[in-house]
Ligand binder design. Structure first.
Ligand SMILES: Nc1ncnc2c1ncn2[C@@H]1O[C@H](COP(=O)(O)OP(=O)(O)OP(=O)(O)O)[C@@H](O)[C@H]1O
Length: 300
């Protein structure tokens, strides 16, 4: 079952569309990595899922039930979130902050204690939050979101501003939560921060979903450059047609965005012109390259 699904979800501010025709699918029990550059609409989408702002169009289902004015309260009781990071009053201790959350949600002591242990803050509870490191503040925020034992956790950029050790700690925590059956939706503008822990990736650009699927699907969806190695580059120039995106780099011709059939034709033309084709290959592309090319306007 999908824990979250949206149909044609959209948000406009005046004449500006910031989220457009979004069909989000988050399967139960997965870590869903919600990616996109700054300003692509990730926070706006998450706030709509949490009913913090109203969609302009479209529908949202949580836990297989439509979100309406009547069902909203009930559905959101199953969701923990960390949106405006990091939360908490600086002049209070961690324990005092959690007590406020506990009282407002009517939680039991054991629920709060378990959340604190999960984020490994049990030894920092008497410290004033002002004196927490950023990573500790983020973990306190996650503990606040976890204390209600949510089925779904929505975290907006929880690794923002953390050092590599802090990022790794949050990653480990999210992996652990997923292994206990919590579905986690986590946003980031950096693919490298979450791609290895995410089972499903959703990539937003300019308010539109430009990719949704597994990491392997993402690699497959890219069409890397074709590289053709030649013996005689002086014979290459006359053969390359202007409608091809081609560049000569030493003895190697680099062609972007071409399919196998066109590759075969270019190789034949080069061979016919006496360029001495000695190698044809697709360039190795890292997932980061794919993400960058998808989100920098160079949609394949
Ligand atoms: N209340 C608002 N009124 C007008 N425009 C808004 C409002 N809130 C957000 N926007 C615009 O909507 C776009 C998407 O913003 P959003 O915060 O959802 O992006 P994001 O992907 O979460 O980026 P970031 O990582 O920088 O938070 C931005 O261009 C932003 O300026």
């Amino acid at each position: 079952m999908d824990i979250v699904s949206t149909q044609a979800l959209g948000k406009r501010y005046g004449s500006t569309t910031v989220v457009d025709d979004l069909h989000l699918r988050i399967p139960e029990g997965c870590v869903y990595g919600f990616l996109g550059p700054n300003g692509s609409g990730k926070s706006t989408t998450m706030k709509m899922l949490l009913s913090l702002i109203a969609p302009t169009s479209g529908r949202i289902e949580l836990f297989g039930r439509p979100m309406t004015r009547e069902t909203r309260r009930d559905l959101l009781a199953g969701v923990g979130s960390l949106i405006e990071a990091p939360p908490g009053y600086g002049h209070l201790t961690g324990a005092e902050n959690l007590r406020i959350v506990q009282r407002s949600l009517g939680l039991r002591n054991d629920q709060v204690e378990r959340a604190v242990r999960t984020v490994r803050l049990q030894d920092q509870m008497d410290k004033t939050v002002r004196h927490y490191s950023l990573g500790m503040k983020q973990r306190l925020g996650i503990a606040m979101a976890l204390a209600r034992d949510p089925r779904l956790l929505v975290l907006d950029e929880p690794t923002n501003g953390l050092d590599p050790a802090g990022i790794e700690e949050i990653r480990g925590l999210l992996r652990h939560l997923a292994s206990t059956g919590v579905t986690v939706m986590v946003s980031s503008h950096l693919l490298g921060e979450i791609d290895r822990i995410a089972d499903v990736l959703g990539i937003l650009n300019g308010g539109r979903m430009i990719f949704q699927g597994s990491r392997a699907d993402l690699t497959r969806s890219a069409s890397p450059d074709v590289l053709i190695d030649t013996l005689d580059p002086s014979r290459v120039e006359p053969v390359l047609r202007s409608d091809l995106s081609a560049r000569l780099d030493g003895h190697t011709v680099r062609l972007s965005g071409i399919d196998d059939r066109t590759t075969a034709r270019v190789v034949e033309d080069l061979a016919g012109a006496g360029a001495g084709v000695v190698g044809v290959r697709r360039d190795e592309q890292s997932l980061e390259d794919v993400f960058m090319s998808l989100t920098s306007g160079g949609r394949p």
